[in-house]
Design a protein around this ligand. Structure first.
Ligand SMILES: [Zn+2]
Length: 346
């Protein structure tokens, strides 16, 4: 509209101008809300895209030596050795397997890679004629579960509910029906009591600790790496910061265990397990503080120190563990991003 100066004197023209030119009166309160809502929506999308890209880029693959799918050359199945009365260990072939000979049958904790499961069954036959009736998987990784397919028909499989969910992604394992639990489960009675605990995410989202009550022996699976840096597999629901809380709860709540079987490696003591909980929490606390202070992983690692009791620990995967924590440490305003992230990751 072309307005000549003399036309401005006309009230009619002024009315027209008011209706077509935005002014301060036009920005009413609902408009402000709409503007803020749009801004939040846009910034949410922007934050989701950038944060998710950054998280994926900085997410380190599981250290090659611990990769559950590819992994190192698998050691052959070892000899069966006795841990306690009616309780045995069979190492190698993918993982440490615990064999519990009961009145009516045999309970197996972790079944190795499938090609090694027949050898495992041979080892079991060296100590008993009873059939395998129950299997517990400490978590979903194939070096601990693929042997399930070689177990006799009628075997009952017991796993954490998140492990069951992870196993459905494997075509062979998805065919096998499993019984699940969430926090705690006690099996059998008398001298055969077996306690199953889940305290939260750690190595995966479905790690369980299996305690043979009469023997005071626990199979900890891969949540306990002996004297090595923890491995966090987020694809299976694992979590770095949760790892520390899970270990602390396990140390505080489990009673009367003297020996602990690791997922791989030598049998350890309860004191070793307790020290490991402290070790994991020291890593997490230091990485968290360093990230919050704006330090990069290299600087955080340079400034990290451990008490002398950890001198013999293998720290070669420390950078990986630090990066796992760094990915999880978010700014305070992340609270309205988390539900979105959970939704998209389902
Ligand atoms: Zn594992």
């Amino acid at each position: 509209m072309n307005i000549k100066p003399d036309q401005l004197e006309s009230p009619g023209v002024l009315r027209n101008i008011k209706t077509t030119i935005p002014n301060a009166d036009g920005l009413r309160l609902p408009e402000v809300f709409k503007f803020v809502a749009r801004l939040m929506l846009l910034s949410t999308v922007f934050y989701y895209v950038t944060a998710e890209c950054a998280a994926r880029l900085s997410q380190q693959p599981e250290p090659a030596t611990q990769n559950a799918t590819i992994g190192p050359p698998v050691s052959p199945v070892g000899d069966i050795t006795q841990l306690a009365h009616n309780l045995y260990l069979v190492p190698g072939g993918g993982c440490n397997t615990v064999v519990f000979v009961m009145e009516r049958g045999v309970l197996v904790v972790d079944t190795k890679y499938a090609p090694h499961a027949p050898v495992l069954l041979d080892r079991i036959r060296e100590v008993t004629d009873k059939p395998v009736t129950h299997v517990i998987n400490t978590h979903s990784h194939p070096d601990h579960t693929m042997g399930n397919i070689a177990m006799p028909s009628g075997t009952e499989f017991i796993v954490h509910s998140r492990t069951a969910e992870n196993m459905t992604r494997n075509e062979a394992l998805a065919q096998i029906p499993v019984q699940t639990f969430r926090d705690r489960l006690t099996l059998f009675s008398g001298a055969e009591v077996v306690d199953l605990y889940h305290f939260g995410p750690a190595h995966t989202g479905g790690d369980i600790l299996v305690v043979f009550r009469a023997a005071g022996v626990m199979h900890a699976g891969d949540i306990f790496k002996g004297k090595r840096v923890p491995v966090i597999v987020t694809q299976g629901g694992g979590g770095a910061i949760a790892y520390g809380e899970t270990m602390s709860r396990a140390v505080a709540e489990i009673q009367n265990v003297t020996h602990v079987v690791t997922g791989h490696g030598p049998v350890s003591t309860w004191q070793d397990f307790t020290d490991y909980g402290e070790f994991v929490n020291r890593i997490i606390a230091h990485a968290r503080t360093s990230k919050t202070a704006g330090k990069d992983v290299a600087q955080a690692m340079r400034e990290f120190s451990l008490p002398p009791k950890y001198r013999s620990y293998d720290l070669k995967d420390l950078a990986y563990a630090f990066k796992s924590v760094y990915v999880e440490v978010r700014p305070w305003w992340h609270f309205w991003y988390s539900p979105l992230q959970a939704f998209f990751r389902r």
